[in-house]
Ligand binder design. Sequence first.
Ligand code: GLC
Ligand code: MG
Length: 642
Amino acid sequence: MQAGHRRLDRGSTIGDVYAHPLGRDATDKILLALGRSRRWVNNPLIRRLRLSVVERLGGRFVGDGFMDTLLQLLNDVPDSPTHTTGPVTPHWWKEAVFYQVYPRSFADSDGDGIGDLRGIINHLDHIEELGVDCLWLSPIFASPNEDNGYDISDYREVMSEMGTLDDIDELISACHERGMRIILDLVVNHTSDQHAWFRAAREDPEGPYGDYYYLRRGTPDTLPNNWASYFSGPAWSWLDDAKRWALHLFAVSQPDLNWDNPAVRREVADVVHWWLDRGIDGFRLDVINFISKREGLPDGNEFVASLMEFSGVEQYFHGPHLHEYLAELRRDGFTRRGAVEEGPGCDPVAVMIGETPGIGVETGRLLTGEDRNELDLVFGFDHLDNPGKTRWDDYRYDLNHLKRYMVDRQARLGSGDWVSLFWENHDNPRMISKVDPDPRHRTALGKALAAIQLLGRGTPFIYQGQEIAAVNQDFSDVSEFRDIESINRLSPSGGGAESVNTVLAGSRDHARTPMRWDTSPCHGFTMGEPWIGFHEDSTGYTVAEQREDPESVLNFYRSLIELRRNHAALRLGDIRFVAVHRRDYFGWFRELDGEAFLVEVNLSSESILPPHHHESLETLVSTGGDNSPLTPYEVRVHRVTS
Ligand code: GLC
Ligand code: MG
């Protein structure tokens, strides 16, 4: 069942690298970062170049050690799953619509300005009426909240602001009673520095907990390596009490766990079991591809660092034991003891969804392929920015990139592969604002994005607010930001930038402002003072208003989810893209067991003529005017009748 790839060395060619799953992903990633087209690697002359020649010619750019690192990375990779054809193995999570709640910003029930579990319980009707099958909550565990819960101090306790264990039990039952599942966020690449394990490690680095983390001896003036933190500065901080360096890929207060220690892996599996016993249906696993670091923690290559913005990435984004640790966690943590029947609260294997920054299509297949028994789904991020751009750049996102990404990815999947579909989450600005901030297009564009997501092939993850066409905020003062990532980038130690504009395009706070439930002063989010301020208050974009408006984005989400629910072809059916080379037009057929649909989306703010189709079509949905040209961002869904 496995497609073998051979060991690579300096005698191998660029073509060999591109035929290798990680080689292909890494090359694509580099081209994407540079904003270059793939035509480059498709050139036969370039494909035939040997790596030794590349090293000689490019040595000056890529620096010492680049080729060794590359070969080591590639030769660690297991064989890819084959491209099987035939029917898709059904699983509830392939047919489900997921909805991500960022609890802090969803609904506050007690007036402290911070969203809480009771707030979610009070708004379950909204989620159920949308047609959601599974809820995902961003972290609700005990936490000092340096990174809003992504810094956990106790995996078996609820954050005091959010409520109690009784509240989460009630929320789990309430979801299950409605036929919905619920998953939590497992943040186990790191803990909070307030976690009992880290306190113990710090107190006695030579004791049993010392090896739970990456603590390194040394002197305060010499960093153990050149790795960078994602939240500015180096990935190491000196613990003066312990006389050790501690590794933290994220904030100083988020020390990385040492997964090479079997005791750590056992602890994590136990935490998972503990929550499965409480009825949880699975987890989204935070930055889970970072858990296996290359032995000896070698320096990152400067060339890679210049491309990826952070140094050290290649030493841990697809580490030597990643696949082994994930398979072990699936077996020892996610497999329910004694479970036989699938259903909310009792699936034999709870769903395992990995957040995997830097992972491309081929490595994604390696992590999720049916016969690999690792993750079920991954979140990669290559579609969230246009080639040559990063989240921090202020530019208009071209939806043709999303189309190309989806078309290309699909062509590389077999029937044993399944993918996630998402454009937003708590770490990214709102998609509507990235594509086209013109308020006249807000509703049409919101619907276009919904159609691409809900009628595409894969599992959609809706982020709270997407269903009411939420947009970015006009933050105008540095003091308005709450997120540690933005704040560190603004502070002198994090790069010296002064102005709001440095972080405005990319700040994660855009997606973290309160959910807009109604038109009251705090939008029905809180009776108190919200923990984060907001600017956006345009008429028509709250849940209450949209519920009453048949043409609203909210009602469009509902109707598409219902359409999906009623037609297996729109969930599990094959997908065939049409007119793939036409700019601004995105069209595809979905088909299963003799039933077929055609979806058409105008990706631009101009009217365009759709191509002619030979099939006879009955139009079920149209968000524009009459039938001929597609109006800006118009969506049409047709049933094929012959
Ligand atoms: C993930 C989370 C993000 C968090 C980071 C560190 O990327 O989605 O919110 O800050 O990991 O846990
Ligand atoms: Mg509250």
